[in-house]
Design a binder for this molecule. Structure first.
Ligand code: C6P
Length: 396
């Protein structure tokens, strides 16, 4: 059996999405900026797709949604252009991010540090959550930007973006949220909170890879990262990814439709898996369920090296991860586990299971059996597990 439980890394493209993209790869291939009919014949579908994308995040027409190649591009754009537009002039010199942001924010912030920008990395609490109070405590009159993700990719922890947005507004500080792991899992309404910039990526909600977006509130446009032609009102040059945009529109529509009737089923399966795995002794899950997205679990089996567990799972046809796919080749401890203060042994044992609306109960039952066997086998050959103290509960 093959079971895909790494949906926070990427998702299956929904067959309905593939079907609506297909004509734009084979028949309607003109450049939409060309003046002839080959170019203009995609315009109606592009407009419809953009309408679905605006509706998906409740963005008013007056705001901008600029299509990019991925969330990594959108995140880099925000950080680098905040530097050009607000920091280089010397008016501001500080940004705030959390220490568990995606590498595209962390590495971008480190790059800005080399240019002289002061960066505060907010810690997470024992539940894996960045508190709004920590944002308040760290804002200074020189702060240009706060960037805190909406939902964490490793644990699924949902961060208090509504409160953080209010604090930023009070202090006249720009607020960006990386909503990559929120879209399709929880309602996202840019009008219900004070957010200036918001990032998302189609392949995380059953759309195609290679297409994402940056939402910008009216009046908060940023200097482009990619200069060139007139595409996207001159804010992001490069020939439009027509099939990708049309696919993202359809994927957004389906993701929003599924929020009410399919996500509860996903949650039930996630909880079934979690309940069964927590029956294994010396096993820990980060972040209480009610504070997480419905599809995600980061679980640690003491004494079982994460990579060894992945090997056993992979042999049994199950795809999971030890955390973010971007950091999967290094053998470092999971950064979220380290940030919550887990001891070194435990921080190396984290496994992320992330489900989707395509996950079945049969797959979950199969996974439960495989994980139980793998833990028993791997603990049997683990010298660290054999010699750790009996009372492991104090590790977190
Ligand atoms: N996280 C994971 O395994 P791209 O691929 O550039 O569209 O998305 C990047 C990205 C940005 N923000 C968050 C919160 C993300 O989770 C991701 C992608 C994957 O967790 C791959 S590293």
């Amino acid at each position: 059996m093959r079971v895909y439980l790494d949906n926070n890394a990427t998702t299956l493209v929904d067959p309905q999405v593939t079907a609506c993209m297909e004509p734009f790869q084979t028949q309607v291939y003109g450049n939409p900026n060309s003046l002839h009919a080959f170019g203009s014949e995609s315009h109606i579908d592009l407009n419809n797709a953009m309408e679905k994308i605006y509706a998906g995040i409740h963005a008013p027409k007056s705001d901008s949604i600029i299509i990019t190649s991925c969330a990594t591009e959108s995140n880099n754009w925000v950080l680098k252009s905040i530097y050009f537009d607000y920091i280089m002039s010397g008016r501001k010199d500080h940004i705030i991010i959390s220490e568990v942001e995606h590498p595209s924010i962390i590495a971008g912030a480190r790059f800005l540090e080399k240019l002289g920008v002061k960066v505060t990395y907010l810690p997470i609490n024992s539940e894996g959550i960045v508190t709004a109070q920590s944002v308040r405590d760290n804002i200074t009159p020189k702060t240009a930007l706060v960037s805190v993700m909406w939902a964490n990719n490793e644990t699924g922890a949902i961060f208090p973006v509504e409160e953080i947005g209010e604090i930023c507004k009070e202090h006249d500080v720009l607020f960006h949220t990386d909503a990559v792991q929120a879209i399709g899992k929880i309602p996202v309404d840019v009008q219900s909170l004070n957010v200036d910039y918001l990032t998302f990526s189609a392949h995380k909600f059953h759309g195609p890879k290679g297409v994402g977006a940056l939402y910008m509130k009216k009046g908060k446009e940023l200097t482009p990262l990619l200069h060139g032609g007139e595409h996207m009102a001159g804010l992001r040059s490069g020939t439009l990814n027509v099939a990708g945009i049309i696919g993202m529109g359809k994927a957004m529509e389906l993701a929003i439709d599924c929020l009410d009737f399919e996500m509860p089923d996903v949650e039930e399966l996630r909880d079934k898996l979690e309940d069964a795995l927590l029956k294994i002794k010396d096993t820990f899950v980060v972040t209480p369920r009610e504070k997480r997205t419905r599809n995600t679990m980061l679980i640690s089996f003491r004494g079982v090296e994460g990579e060894s567990m992945l090997w056993d799972l992979n042999k049994a046809g199950i795809g999971a991860s030890t955390g973010s796919a971007c950091a999967s080749v290094d053998l470092e401890a999971n950064p979220v586990m380290e940030a919550i203060g887990a001891d070194d042994d435990l921080a190396h044992t984290a496994i992320r299971f992330s489900l989707s609306r395509f996950t079945t109960e049969e797959e979950i039952d199969y996974t439960i059996g495989v994980v139980h066997e793998a833990v028993e086998r791997l603990r049997g050959i683990s010298s660290s597990y054999a010699y750790t103290p009996k009372n492991h509960e104090s590790a977190l």
